[in-house]
Design a protein around this ligand. Structure first.
Ligand code: SF4
Length: 261
């Protein structure tokens, strides 16, 4: 099976946007899992897209943790938008920092998560439960992107070395196709009014490393478990017997688990 480098695909798209003559920036409805993961992604993409962050994560346990993460997301966006004051607004100008970022908060409808996740409680992180969890969040993102006539929809999730970027892109592309299947095709092969999936693998080009640095810079709350009650239990089990760390090596992330002797 051919392995696709989704970062290279994104590079090509960005080049096209940079060389284009469109006065308006393409709009992007971007699902975000948390402030730390979005820190690098927003800084990188805001130069090319008018972004609306969609904070939709009903997988997070419990509500207090959810609230903490969403508040941190809003705080980061405020910081980024404040950086635009007195800066060039023309994207072709030197020092253009990017477009303002908006945010939409989704519902905390966790019953939709538990419907499929509870029977998969013992599934290890990175398995089937996670794939369904990705799809739950991306499906809602796609639906609202379509309703809001966005040009693109995407997710910050591909920045995490613990997330399966190939699977995330596969789901995103499937959703794009599902939506375009209901629309009239144009002669050039594009479809009218269908948001396109923004392919990505943000951990490449040291994206993950930069997200850690930005999290330190803005003093962002960095949780040490993915989000759901099952990942929290797994975190508790691991932290009892080992210390795990992640390091970055030429854009490829390697998980190093050091067990206590
Ligand atoms: S571990 Fe993370 S991605 Fe997997 S099901 Fe739980 S919250 Fe979702």
């Amino acid at each position: 099976m051919q392995i696709v480098n989704y970062q290279k695909e994104l590079d090509k798209l960005i080049k096209k946007i940079e060389q284009g003559t469109d006065e308006k920036a393409p709009t992007l409805f971007l699902h975000s899992c948390c402030a730390p993961c979005s820190s690098y992604v927003l800084k990188y993409l805001r130069k090319y897209f008018a972004i609306t962050v969609f904070y939709y994560n009903p997988n997070i346990s419990e509500r207090a943790e959810y609230e903490k993460r969403v508040e941190e997301q809003k705080r980061l966006i405020q910081i980024y938008n404040a950086q635009l004051a007195d800066k060039p607004v023309n994207p072709k100008a030197e020092g253009f920092p990017g477009y303002p970022i908006a945010i939409v908060e989704g519902d905390y409808d966790c019953e939709n998560f538990y419907k499929f996740a509870a029977p998969l409680a013992n599934c290890p992180e990175g398995g089937e439960r996670c794939f369904l969890c990705y799809e739950l969040r991306l499906r809602k993102t796609a639906q609202l992107a379509e309703e809001g006539s966005f040009d693109y929809f995407g997710t910050t999730l591909t920045i995490s070395p613990l997330k399966n970027a190939a699977k995330l892109n596969e789901i995103g592309l499937k959703l794009e196709q599902e939506m375009s299947g209901t629309k009239e095709s144009r002669q050039d092969g594009m479809t009218l009014g269908t948001p396109k999936w923004l392919v990505s693998d943000f951990k490449k080009k040291e994206g993950y490393k930069q997200s850690i640095e930005l999290s330190h810079e803005y003093n962002l709350y960095r949780q040490d478990f993915c989000g759901c009650v099952y990942s929290k239990a797994e975190r508790d089990r691991i932290s009892k017997r080992s210390i795990s760390r992640i390091r970055e090596d030429n854009g490829e992330n390697i998980i190093v688990i050091k067990r206590k002797p």
